[in-house]
Design a protein around this ligand. Structure first.
Ligand SMILES: *Cc1c(COP(=O)(O)O)cnc(C)c1O
Length: 430
């Protein structure tokens, strides 16, 4: 496959934009190679500037559950554009989307719209702190909650649960209120509650998608809920990725564990920049202007973005079986790849939740970030390059989740498995 135009474009972009990209994962750093520059998407396909076409399993990192240029969403956006791009005043579109979110999530009585997942999480945490009057928060290693300061943390020295900044530019003072626990390990959370009596909230991806796909055990989530209740801390489910992807009614509907606050993003904007956070009435009542916890946004609830989100959620809701259909394809894809790999003596760990799928080149089941890091990164890089070359666009990091859209057909899935099988054979034969 020729990607000369992309190579040239990437060089030029690097002169003007740090790393040539506006979000680091796009740069292909962890797999080597050159990111392809995209001109357009249609249905299941992406087209690059060299004219190559790819079956897209990235879906803009999650939002496009109906594939590229879904007609309903596109029409809704065009109609909204014709009425004006932004007003900075209330619109009916916001109430309509809010109604939909409140109907779909049992735990959400009220919701506030923002423009990204990062903003949603940052605001939800401020609200949790304002509501409880406490400063500390607990997060899990390997969970990603956007790039706000207090969430860019890594394990501190020794056995301490208090985190250190994981990025220059974040003062240590800003992360000293963030405690780190291990995913699926309730003992590590208990340790946090022993280390601090000032924990406002525990934030978790109930279906983690940012260390590869690693769903939390049900029992672990139940115990987490109990620990939060015993200690007067709020439980926040970050469903920016899993919301409307894993199930239509949130992780609470498949785990039976109700969070106090939920953060949303990605699918909720149908491809436009939308984030949201919501929860119980009395907690949301603390939010400005109803309450004292400040939060604002010039483009929050933007009418064009609301129209895209509303069209996407309406379509999902009126087509209740769609997530099951997508899950069947996701299961076939990962099981097919796993069997093909096994034939060549390669062990894969695979899992799905609704339209999300994950796979690790790993001998052991993956339960947390440490397990994920023990996967074969070199083999993943070969897999990624080989698939791209054969016209299949997978996320360029082994720590990402894959997505099935309604535009991806059973035949495309079979072609994908066949291509993966070729790569596994090549790998085996050196
Ligand atoms: C993508 C993501 C975010 C950040 O959302 P942005 O829109 O990229 O700011 C936060 N939390 C989770 C779980 C995500 O997957």
């Amino acid at each position: 496959m020729k990607i000369e135009a992309s190579k040239k474009a990437f060089q030029e972009a690097q002169e003007l934009i740090p790393g040539g990209v506006d979000s680091p994962v796009r740069a292909f750093s962890s797999v080597g190679g050159t990111p392809v520059f995209i001109t357009e998407g249609k249905g299941a396909y992406l087209k690059d500037i060299d004219g190559n076409e790819y079956v897209d399993y990235v879906q803009s990192w999650g939002p496009l559950i109906f594939g590229h240029r879904d007609e309903t969403i596109e029409a809704a956006v065009i109609d909204a554009v014709k009425h004006g791009l932004s007003f900075g005043a209330p619109t009916l579109a916001e109430t309509e989307l809010a109604k939909m979110v409140v109907e779909l999530f049992d735990s959400i009585d009220k919701v506030r719209f923002v423009s990204s997942g990062t903003e949603a999480v940052m605001s939800a945490i401020r609200l949790a702190r304002g509501y409880t009057g406490r400063d500390d928060i607990v997060k899990f290693t390997g969970c990603y909650h956007g790039h706000s300061d207090s969430l860019l943390v890594q394990a501190g020295s020794g056995a301490a649960t208090f985190g250190n900044p994981s990025s220059p530019g974040v003062p240590a003072d800003f992360t000293k209120h963030t405690l780190l626990a291990e995913y699926n390990n309730i003992e590590s959370v208990k340790q946090c509650f022993r280390d601090s009596k000032d924990i406002a909230c525990v934030i978790i991806e109930p279906i983690a998608g940012n260390m590869g796909l690693v769903p939390a055990d049900k029992e672990f989530l139940h115990e987490l809920r109990e620990l939060c209740d015993e200690n007067g801390a709020l439980l926040i489910f970050d469903e920016v990725m899993s919301g409307f992807r894993a199930t239509l009614h949130g992780a609470e509907s498949i785990t039976g564990v109700k969070p106090d606050l939920v953060t949303l993003g990605k699918v909720i904007g149908g491809g436009m920049p939308v984030g949201a956070f919501g929860g119980r009435r009395e907690i949301m009542a603390k939010l400005s202007p109803e309450g004292p916890v400040y939060q604002a946004g010039t483009l929050s609830g933007n009418p064009v973005a609301m129209a895209a989100g509303h069209a996407a959620l309406t379509k999902l809701k009126s087509n209740a079986r769609v997530i099951d259909v997508l899950n069947k394809r996701a299961v076939r894809l990962v099981e097919g790849m796993r069997e093909a790999a096994a034939k060549e003596g390669i062990t894969m760990q695979v899992d799905t939740r609704g339209s999300m799928f994950g796979f690790f080149f790993n001998e052991k089941p993956v339960k947390n970030f440490q397990d994920a890091t023990e996967s074969d990164a070199e083999l993943f890089a070969k897999f990624h390059a080989g698939m791209l070359d054969r016209g299949f666009y997978f996320a360029c990091s082994l720590y990402e989740t894959g997505f099935i859209s309604t535009a991806i057909t059973d035949a495309m899935i079979e072609d994908t498995i066949a291509a993966a099988s070729e790569i596994f054979k090549e790998v085996k034969n050196g």
